[in-house]
Design a protein around this ligand. Structure first.
Ligand code: C2E
Ligand code: MG
Ligand code: MG
Length: 299
């Protein structure tokens, strides 16, 4: 895909050693519109399951952008987004993400898989109404019900200027696309905004979830976030659930859903179909998860 141009971003930390002679530091997006002849690598979406903690049922997936650079391998999406956000590239990327995810939902639907998918948007995508129009248009042309799609926006971005995005998120809400507040706990939400914005869900930031099994403060923070969100009628998803202990603590705290390596890592759409076929619901009944499922959740 040419929109990524000639950027030289940081490689993913877990992508193995970098090729010698290639700087790993971002150098900017020198050619954001790209030369179509350039081999800029491949942009693709990975999908990570979200599981209802009490029942073990797969309730949806989060779509996560991946860029496989021809020389640098898998690029850290946070780095890619940070650089893209400074230019018109972000708009193009988001358009591409919306197209890909809605098309994928239609494909899954045709294969009898009724999944809901959440996609991430950057705050500037919400400053104009264009994205809501595009989403409405894509859903209609693929015949995908709006309830199958969810839009995630980070708390920091949303709370920085809630009024600027209100029209767009209200439009999405009206057409039936739920809004999820991502990275909850990192962005100073006011209770007023949490109550007034048309939100359906909050996602507890993984920095708290990752530490909660060993750190009493993190555990207390996560519990209060779950309680607060519950009191406001918002669904709560914990991201970054890596182990069984955390999963059990979240269940005890009343968290609705979880996403993390404990269940599965983000994966390409075709792999997800195989994962779903093999997955057996894991319920926190008190014993070891194997007692319920006969196997550990997929990684
Ligand atoms: P996010 O939306 O908060 O996504 C969750 C991140 O947590 C993902 O990182 C996911 O791979 C990671 N994760 C999931 N489970 C675990 C776990 O158990 N342990 C740990 N340590 N990490 C886990 P990823 O894929 O690297 O994406 C990073 C961020 O990049 C995303 O954070 C999101 O803010 C942004 N991003 C990704 N795709 C898109 C996109 O299509 N558009 C926009 N605007 N932003 C995107
Ligand atoms: Mg997200
Ligand atoms: Mg997040």
């Amino acid at each position: 895909m040419s929109v990524v141009g000639n950027a030289a971003p940081t490689r993913r930390r877990d992508a193995g050693p970098g090729p010698a002679g290639h700087p790993l530091e971002p150098t900017g997006w020198a050619n954001p519109d790209g030369d179509p002849a350039d081999d800029a690598g491949e942009i693709t979406m990975y999908y990570q399951p979200q599981i209802a903690i009490a029942t073990g049922e797969v309730v949806g997936v989060e779509a996560l952008l991946r860029w496989r650079h021809p020389r640098r391998g898998m690029v850290d999406p946070e780095e890619l987004i940070r650089v893209a956000e400074q230019s018109a590239v972000m708009r193009l990327l988001t358009r591409r993400v919306v197209d890909d995810v809605v098309e994928q939902l239609a494909k899954w639907s045709a294969a009898g898989i009724g999944l809901r998918a959440a996609l991430n948007v950057s705050v500037r995508d919400l400053h104009t109404g264009e994205i809501a129009d595009q989403i409405a248009d894509r859903l209609a042309s693929y015949g995908v019900p709006a309830e199958r799609l969810q839009v995630e926006i980070t708390e920091g971005a949303l709370m920085a200027d809630p009024r600027r995005v209100l029209a767009t998120i209200s439009h999405l809400h009206r057409i039936g696309v739920a809004i999820s507040l991502d990275d909850f706990g990192t962005g100073y939400s006011s209770l007023q905004h949490l109550r007034r914005l048309p939100l359906s869900e909050v996602k507890v930031d993984r920095s708290f979830v990752l530490g909660m099994a060993d750190d009493a403060d993190d555990a207390a923070i996560v519990r209060s976030m779950i309680e607060l969100a519950g009191a406001l009628g918002l669904r709560v998803v914990a991201e970054g659930v890596e182990d069984e202990r955390t999963w059990r603590m979240l269940h005890a705290a009343g968290c609705d859903a979880a996403q993390g390596w404990f269940y599965a890592r983000p994966m390409p759409a075709e792999e997800l179909v195989t994962w779903l076929a093999r997955y057996r619901p894991v319920r926190p009944t008190g014993g070891h998860p194997q007692a319920d499922s006969g196997r550990r959740p997929g990684r």
